[in-house]
Every structure is written in C-alpha cells, then in structure tokens.
Design a protein around this ligand. Structure first.
Ligand code: ADP
Length: 897
C-alpha cells in the first residue's frame, strides 16, 4: 500500500522488478526503507535514498531532474554505477554516515557531473542523513539536495560585472586596458580566453580583421597568434543581432585553447563594444567555459561584459577629450591675463605716446588671436558634443535653456532635437520639479565645481507615459572669457539595462536564498516527521499489545466460566457463572465498540443523529446504570436541571458513561462520585467528581489524545486510552468543550459544556473607540494609566475568543496603546481550542500593532492556565509578558513599565 499510493516515481518504483537488484523483492524490504521512500515521495523537495552496502539508488520526482539523461535508468543502480566520475570523492562521505550514524551537510559543493553528455560544473547544497531501522542499525542514507549551480555561478558572474563597473572611472585608454585585462584574466572560470579588437569608427567590416583594422587592443596572456589572426564573424547590427555565437572554435583556430579545467574550449561569442550611438567601436571575442552550456543566461552575461567594457572605453575616450577641454580653459585664462596686461599697457600708453603705435599693433594682434581661439574652442566643443557616443547637452543661463543636445541625449529624453533646443529645461520636462537635478544645476552655478553621480533613478515623461531610467551623469561648468559660468554641460550614460540586469540577478539570488531557507526548514520538518512517524509507529505497536491484552482478559474469563458451567450441576452456581460470564461479554463488547468508534472517527464516518431529548432524564439514567454496575461507590446526583437539548442522545450518554466509569475506576479507595448538571449562561455544564488518584498538571492536556494513558495508571488499571478521545470528538461535534480540575492524590473533576444556542451571534452592547462590551468580554481604554483593561467573562468558545481578541487589537491601534491588562479571573471552563490561534495569529498581530507589555491574570481553572501559557509561549518577539494571580499586582507591574 505504501508503495502504490503515489504518482510517477511511485509508479516506477512499484512496477520495477526489484528481485534483480540488490534490494530484492519489495515484500521483503525493511519497514525503515519503506518509510523513507514514503517520506521522499510525499516531499516536493529533491530527495534520494542510497540503500545498503552498495548504496542502491531510489529517488523522488523532484530529484529525477538531477541525474539529467540518466533518469530513469539510474533507479535501482548502485551509487558507483550512476556517478562513476565523482563516486571516488563521494563514497567516503556515504560510508561515514553508514558507519557513524552522523549526518553530513555540504553547502555549495562542486560536483563535476556528466548529466547531458558532457562533464558539467555543478554546485549543490546537500545533506546526508542516516536511515535507522527499528533495531537502531543504519540501513541507508537519506540525501536531501538542492542544486545551487544557478545561484553560485550567477554570483561569480555578477562579481565580474561588478569589478568592471568599479573600473568605470575616468582614466585614459592606456591606463584602463591593463585593468580590464586583469579583471578578465581573473574570471577564467567563465571566460576561457578573450580578444579585444578596436575598429576605426565608421569602418564596417563583414568580419573583424586584426591586420586590416586598427588591430588588436587587448588579449589574454595565453592567447596564441592563431586566434588573433582568425577571421572572426561579427554580429549584424542591422538585423538586431546582439552577438555572434561560434559553436565550433576549431574552424577558427587550428591550435586549441584550453580552459582552466584543462578541457578544450569549443564555443565562443563575439560581442560588439558599445552600441549606444549605434556606432561600433570594436569587438570582443570571449571563449566559453567548456564545462557550462552556452545558454541564454551565459550569452546575456557575455553581452553584458561587452557592454561594460564598451562603456569604460567610451568614458576613457571622453576623459581624454576633457583633457583637451582643460587646455582650452587654460588658454582662456591666458587671455584674461593678457587683458590685464593690456590695461596696464594702456596706462603706459598715456605716459609714452611714442610707444603707442607699437602697442596698438600688439593689442590688435592679441585681440585677433583671442577671437580666433574662442571661435575654434567653441567649434571644437560643439563637435565633441555632437559626436560623443554618450548623451551630452549644454544648458545656458540660470533658466537652463537647452542650447545643444546630441543624438544619444535625445534618445535618453525620447525627444526630437527641434522639440528641445531653444527651450527652457522645465518647459520640456516639468516633471523634473521636485527631482534633485535642478538643485544640482544651481550648485554647479554657485560653486563652479563639477558634480558626478552614478546610478541615479530618473523619471521622464514620454509619449508612452512616465518612464523610469537609471543614469550615470556629470554636470560641468562652462566659462566665458571673463571666467563667469555661462552654461552647464551635462554628460549622461543610460545604464538602465545594466541596473535592471543586476536587479534581476539580485532578485534571483534572493529567491535562491529563500529556497535555501525553505530547504533547510523542510529538512528539519523531515527530520521531525521521521521521528514523529517512528514515535507514532511505536505508540501503535504499544497500543496493539495493550489492546490484545485487554481483549484477551475477558475472553480468558469467559472460557474459564464456560468450563465451570460445563462441569457444575448446581443450579445456583450455574446461574452465578452465567451472570459473570455475561459481565465479561459486556466488557468485551464495550472494548470492541470503542475500537470501532475510533476507526469511524479516523475515517470521518461517525454518524450523529441530532434530535431533541430530555437531557436531565439521560443524566439520571446514566447515573443509575453506573450505580447499578458499581457497588463499591455511591454515585450522587447533586443537581440535575430539567432541560431539553438537541443532540445525539446515545453519543452524549456514552460521554457521561465514560466519565462515570473512569471516576469509579480511578478512585479505587474513593467512596463517592458526585455528578452535577446545570444551566449556566446559556450553557449546559456537567461535572463528574471523584476522590481518587487524580492527575498531575503536566499530563492534563494530553488526556484527550488517542491512546494516551498516564504512565503510572496504565499498569494498574485496565483500559485502552480511547474513551476520552472519543468523548472529546463527540463534544466537539456538539460545539462543546471539556476541561479537568485535579489534584494528584485527592481526586479529579471532569467537566463538559454544551452550548444551548450554538448559533447565537455575538452582539456588542457598547462599542466605542475607548469602550467595548458584549456577553463575553469588556474592554476599556484607561487614559490615566495608558493601558487597555480587558475583562473576559464566563464561558468562552473559539468565536468569542477570536471576536474579543480582534476587538482588543483594534482598540490597541486606535488608542496607540502599548500595555494590556488581560484579566481572566472571571473566565469559566476552558477556552483551549482557541489557544493555537491566539499564539500563532493573534499575539504576533498585537505585537505588530505596538504591544510592549502584557499582564495576564490567570483564571481559576488549571486547564485554562495551560492554554494561557500556550498562547503566549508560542509567540517570539519583543513583548514582555507576565502572569499574575490577582489584578492589583498586574496593575502595579504595568504602571512601573
Ligand atoms: P482508559 O481509561 O481506557 O485508559 P480514557 O481515554 O478513558 O482511557 O482515559 C485516558 C487516561 O486518562 C487514563 O488512562 C487515565 O490515565 C486518565 N484518567 C481518566 N479519567 C481519570 C480519572 N477520573 N482520574 C484519574 N485519571 C483519569
């Protein structure tokens, strides 16, 4: 059954002929193996099981993608057969788990696997845990695994792109090339070799020809001439080809290139260097890692490398241009100095008429020179801006009139030249009001210092709506001849694609991280569920042995009485034997009924006949029957309120019968059992009190679990540990609850409660921002102490606890309150069914809403106290919770906070 219930791999496993493998026939497999298979098949995480001395492999559906093409062949093969290329490294780990029983965990372990016909660089997070059989021996290894290749390799590639981004500083080409070379050589895992060719701008080649064009700019140290001279194909920009893929390198180079793994490099890619202004300034040839498929991700990464290097080279080009510009500025300064010189010369002129003529000539010559220099400088500036591959524009005056803007700049703006030139910046881009650029322009005007900012987010209004882009930019002042700032030059690079690519990588990294955490959690859950399964298996075994014993006892008695009946002739004695034998038959019947009930509850097939009946008559009849059966105890019915109730008569009688027979059974020296049945606040509350052995507090809340018997009673009293479990199920189906008060050695009182109006809605009597009241709770905001004072009243159900809790939450928020006085002293009965909700859902919400200090005043009921501790114990966080037995102490503590 275990093997048949599940899908796909379950089917493969169940239909395979295992008799030919070292595992042998399925029927003979040990329970621990079957259990491990069942857990793995039920899990959505990749799990493999390696069983026995040869580590025979079994796995689940999620794992089946890990061996690639080897699935399904791998099922039932030994570890050494499935993983010949890595088994030597793995075997010692597997052996060690088998021998020591200790788990092993390996994060991001490199395994070179042959899964798709080539040896691939793969990374895995995996755990190896022992699978223990019932007798403690270790039969195999449980291997939960998640492939981390994608994250690991992406991280490595991201590092390379990041180094390139950092290298993107203003430097001259000759300075920057060795830096690029160093970065690419460091990235040998992803880039086996590289060649960087520079093309003369405007030169269009069908392929890169190192000898014909400006030639090789850069190459990895170990690249041979063969590769340098190869006729590399180039991507066709016109048909939007962003790179050229080369699947067989041997066509280009007769001497092969070897990767850092010592394998021959077979694939490469040619990417253009920068196409920001649609001009290609060079090409980059990148050799791929032979141990990784050149898939779309890999290709995009290579293209990003090209884009980054292109940008760096453009920047260094503009940097060199800027050098020229500085020389022009120096010339302007020289002219200004000349002006001063001229004015002083004028003074001299007044003194010496004789030299006037010569000086005049000199002056004219200098003015002519200055005018020519200015015109040339302006022309050079204009040409530099218009041909620059990065976005450039000039803004004149304080109102930022756009005087010039080149094509890349217009592309960034999504505007035509005639739409912008001659207009003020804010007329064209009113959305810039409130964005930080205007202030930067002003700063440059005020200080004369250039401003450079990288990776800035900008919103630009386009025909398609507001567009968000990322830019690196610089604002520099332009001076007039008098050294006043007359305009500002902006240089802008659109790096949106780089930032978005990086963000995607970061997202995928986060996803991976989340997956890893989930895996760790699942691993833990798996470990817990294996343990729980083992425990429940053990409990079941114990139960079967108890049940057999319990069933055998009356049977043995019946057999004995039967023999006696056969032998005896005495009528009187015969009658006695028949009666005794009938008692044992009754006992047997009760045991079998309990067993049948539990089976019905488990299968959800317990049928309830809800009908109105006289509850008080039922109570009286049950008490009478109990008294009839037990002569040792006096069963006293103290109160029996006359009430009609709608429910399953026989099942509720069964509950009461169970409480009564337990009270008698577990008080062998007690003489009385006291029963009360009353109506309290629209609830029927029944109690059965005995003066017997009692129950310790620590055992209280498990009593209603299946098969649960308090240890020290199990040996002394007969029973299956099913009665209270069945009772609790019956009560739940009547929307009722139960609780126990007990003192060990003094006795126990078992209570149950049935609501007389289960569908009654909770209606608030008062409901304001500072005060709320209904039948079950009163909440008031105490403005003086800044506390929320909460008084829970009477019997509570899941609904009343939930309603009260949510109202508290609302009022806490509205009044910006952080302290709560949660008074339970007026609570009756138990509200334990809401404890999980309170702990897992409500308390964390309260914390989020600002709760800091929580004073909990216990109710009288021990059972309720257990629920209280459970409700806050489960929560983790910054709230300080204290339990109190009286309100004044709780108030004092809260006021001191
Ligand atoms: P059973 O009596 O057949 O063992 P129940 O489910 O009726 O099963 O009870 C579960 C356990 O609760 C008992 O084994 C016993 O340990 C404890 N118990 C039940 N009623 C009482 C009682 N009145 N006093 C002390 N312990 C009790």
């Amino acid at each position: 059954m275990l093997l048949k219930s599940l899908i796909m791999l379950a089917e493969l496993i169940s239909t395979k002929d295992w008799s030919e493998t070292s595992l042998g026939k399925v029927d003979l497999w040990p329970e621990s193996l079957k259990l491990a298979i069942s857990i793995s098949l039920n899990s959505g995480f990749p799990i493999a099981i390696y069983w026995g001395a040869d580590f025979t492999l079994l796995y689940n559906d999620a794992w089946s993608s890990i061996p690639g093409d080897k699935h399904p062949w791998a099922l039932g093969k030994s570890g050494a057969e499935v993983w010949p290329e890595i088994w030597e490294g793995l075997q010692p780990e597997f052996e060690s788990v088998l021998q020591t029983g200790e788990s092993i965990r390996r994060p991001d372990a490199l395994l070179l696997m042959n899964r798709f016909g080539y040896v691939e660089e793969c990374y895995f997070d995996y755990t190896l845990s022992p699978i223990k059989a019932a007798d403690g021996t270790i039969g195999g290894v449980f291997n939960a695994v998640i492939e981390t290749s994608y994250r690991f390799i992406n991280e490595r590639r991201k590092k390379l792109l990041h180094s390139l981004l950092l290298a993107n500083l203003s430097r001259s080409t000759s300075d920057i090339l060795p830096i690029i070379k160093h970065i690419l050589e460091e990235a040998g895992d992803d880039i086996t070799f590289f060649l960087l060719f520079k093309d003369a701008p405007g030169d269009v080649h069908p392929h890169v020809d190192a000898k014909k064009s400006n030639g090789l700019l850069l190459a990895g140290s170990d690249v041979n001439q063969n590769l340098v001279d190869a006729p590399w194909p180039v991507p066709n920009i016109d048909s939007h080809e962003s790179s050229k893929y080369i699947g067989d390198l041997s066509q280009f180079a007769s001497t092969p290139m070897f990767s850092c793994f010592g394998e021959q490099c077979k694939e490469a890619i040619v990417v253009p260097l920068s196409s920001i202004n649609s001009k290609i300034n060079g090409y980059l040839v990148l050799g791929a890692n032979p141990r990784k498929r050149l898939d779309q991700d890999y290709q995009q990464f290579m293209e990003s490398v090209g884009l980054h290097i292109g940008t760096i080279l453009h920047n260094s080009y503009s940097f060199e241009q800027e050098g020229l510009f500085e020389r022009e500025q120096a010339m302007n300064e020289e002219l200004a100095a000349a002006n001063e010189e001229i004015s002083s010369t004028n003074e001299e002129l007044q003194q010496s008429q004789a030299s006037l003529h010569i000086l005049n000539e000199e002056l004219e010559r200098r003015v002519a020179y200055r005018t020519k220099a200015l015109v040339e400088s302006e022309a050079r500036l204009q040409s530099m801006i218009m041909t620059s591959p990065i976005g450039m524009a000039v803004f004149r005056g304080r109102n930022l009139v756009i005087e010039m803007a080149n094509k890349p700049m217009l592309q960034i703006w999504s505007r035509k030249r005639e739409e912008v030139v001659g207009h003020e910046l804010l007329q064209i881009f009113p959305e810039q009001i409130g964005q930080p650029f205007l202030k930067m322009f002003e700063d440059v005007y005020e200080t004369g210092i250039s401003i450079s900012v990288s990776e800035m987010e900008v919103s630009i209004n386009t025909l398609d709506g507001l567009k968000k882009i990322y830019v690196d930019f610089q604002y520099s002042p332009l001076y007039d001849a008098d050294r006043n700032i007359e305009a500002i030059m902006a240089s802008v690079i659109n790096i949106t694609h780089v930032v978005e690519a990086r963000k995607r990588l970061e997202d995928s990294e986060q996803e991976q991280q989340a997956l890893n955490e989930e895996l760790a959690a699942t691993n833990e859950e798996l470990a817990v569920s294996i343990e729980e399964l083992a425990i429940s298996e053990q409990k079941k075994d114990e139960f079967i042995s108890i049940a057999s014993h319990e069933l055998k006892t009356p049977l043995t008695s019946i057999k004995a009485f039967n023999q006696l009946m056969q032998r005896t002739k005495d009528e009187q004695r015969l009658k006695g034997f028949i009666e005794k034998s009938a008692e044992q038959v009754y006992r047997l019947e009760m045991l079998i009924n309990d067993l049948l009930d539990v089976t019905k509850i488990n299968a959800g097939k317990m049928i309830y006949n809800m009908e109105p009946f006289s509850f008080s008559k039922m109570v009286a009849a049950s008490v009478e029957t109990a008294q009839h059966i037990s002569s040792s105890h006096q069963v006293i019915l103290e109160n029996n309120e006359d009430v009609h109730y709608t429910g399953d008569h026989l099942r509720l009688e069964q509950v009461l019968h169970n409480f009564l027979s337990n009270a008698i059974k577990y008080s062998p020296h007690g003489e009385r059992v006291i029963v009360n049945s009353r109506v309290e606040m629209d609830n029927l509350v029944v109690s059965v009190q005995d003066f017997g052995i009692g129950i310790e507090e620590k055992n209280l809340d498990q009593l209603f679990d299946r098969y649960y018997r308090v240890d020290n009673t199990a040996m002394r009293f007969e029973g299956l540990g099913l009665g209270l479990y069945i009772s609790s199920e019956i009560l739940k189906r009547h929307n009722g609850s139960f609780w126990i008060e007990s003192e060990p050695g003094k006795g126990a009182t078992f209570f149950f409660r049935l609501p007389l109006q289960p569908d009654k809605k909770i209606t608030p009597q008062i409901n304001t921002a500072t005060f709320y009241q209904d039948d079950h709770i009163k909440i008031s905001y105490n403005n003086e102490n800044k506390t929320l004072d909460v008084d829970w009243i009477g019997y509570q159900s899941f609904d009343t606890v939930q309603n009260g809790g949510m109202t508290m939450l609302e009022m806490l928020k509205v009044n910006h309150c952080s302290k709560v006085l949660n008074d339970n002293s007026n609570v009756l009965g138990s509200w334990s069914e809401a404890a999980d909700w309170a702990g897992n859902v409500w308390f964390p919400m309260m914390e989020k809403a600002g709760l800091k200090d929580f004073a909990w005043v216990y109710s009288q009921s021990m059972f309720s106290r257990l629920a209280a501790e459970k409700s806050v114990d489960i929560a983790v966080g910054n709230v300080t919770t204290r339990f109190f037995t009286d309100v004044p102490a709780a108030e004092e503590w809260l006021n001191s906070r």
